[in-house]
Design a protein around this ligand. Sequence first.
Ligand SMILES: C[S@@+](CC[C@H](N)C(=O)[O-])C[C@H]1O[C@@H](n2cnc3c(N)ncnc32)[C@H](O)[C@@H]1O
Length: 437
Amino acid sequence: MKAHYENKDMTEQLPLFSVDDVTAASKDDEIDKRIQLISFRELVPEIKDTRYLTHAIFYYPAKFIPHVVRYALGAFTKAGDWVVDPFAGSGTVGVEAYLCKRNAFLLDLNPLLNYMIPLKVRTEKERLREDRLSQILDGLEKSRHHFTPAWSNIAYWYPPEMLETLSSYWGFIKNSERNAYTAIIESALLKVSKHFSYAEHRTPKLFRSKSKRKYVEELLRTDWVEKLKRMISSHSLETIRNLNDFATLTSHHNSCVEFKGGVDSSYYPFQQEFDALITSPPYLQAQEYIRTAKMELFWLGSDDEEIRGLSRLEIPYRKADRVIQTPTLETIRTELTRTDLIKLLDSYFCHTINALENSMNQLKVNATACIFIGNPLIDGIKVEIWRILMEYFTNNGYFFENLYEDRIKNRQLFGTRKNKNPDGMKSEFLLILRKGQ
Ligand SMILES: C[S@@+](CC[C@H](N)C(=O)[O-])C[C@H]1O[C@@H](n2cnc3c(N)ncnc32)[C@H](O)[C@@H]1O
């Protein structure tokens, strides 16, 4: 694995570069020298499938491809190091860190993180038994309990008979002893609870569609309970096998993956330092992660009030508490005519930078920050997020080391878009900054 990261072209370091050090004329040349067109998939060929091991147990919008994280871990950290991800999402950094014997500290506003990590990063070494799983699965049908989410408009999302059956299965699981087996079945229930609902299940985004309504109506005319049971079993079996493979592969690993979901990383009171930051901030125009995960959160026990509270902390609904100023951002502000979009931009950069900066303050001197981000269009104007972050951070004690540009192949975003490049993005960028003294 290491051989790929030692490829001279990729890791040969140019002298550290602070934007303030050079004249405006040579600045662009200096920056251009540090932009490298690469393909993370080709750079990390040992990862053949983005869904390998436990990465695909849960849907999550705008997940990292694991190749990016594996590359950054190999190039900028060593075994035993601590990595922080303030926008951890579904925890790709945690999974890859554990596989590579690094420690990880993960934060996310979305409480789903607390639920996903214990399953995706299995630290127990003993093998889970398929016969034990099957025994528990048999209990679903005999459930004498019910659990109905505290969701005021749940009837909008489910036909009554599907809600009744799902509620009894969830009631059984919630009243069973909590262990890896029940967690596996719960992850399968999350998937089927979306599939057997009016919500479009082929995308993470939560919405009803005519075609889904038609699909459900047709399902109801068939033996849908049998199909539901088969799906729960096959999801659960696939997951137990992935967990066992993960445990086998990491049988001698003992690193630590800590996580806190449901927190705003802008204000998190860290108690430790880190050797690297690896993260991918929310998208500029698609940041409704809590709304997207609503159905899952309700089934897991959240209520309207909790979800409303978290949604309010999402970037599009928060006012900027300071105005970020960088040359590129200033130019975009003057080009944009719509005041609502200027506000969106201000809010986006204020809160994204607040969260990044709070974590980056905990980096050791010389530690690397690896930030994976796109180049969206806003009202037809390109917003080079990497450049704005580079300008801000090089003005605040960091050096710009490199920029890797990767052409987008496929990243599952919020909807079924024909255009896989959201907001006109053609590439994604890994910005590498190094902390100064
Ligand atoms: C692009 S996603 C990260 C996906 C992640 N890299 C993965 O592989 O699953 C951005 C994440 O930022 C989180 N987020 C947005 N604002 C936040 C904040 N203020 N504090 C913590 N997390 C936040 C969202 O909930 C979302 O999960």
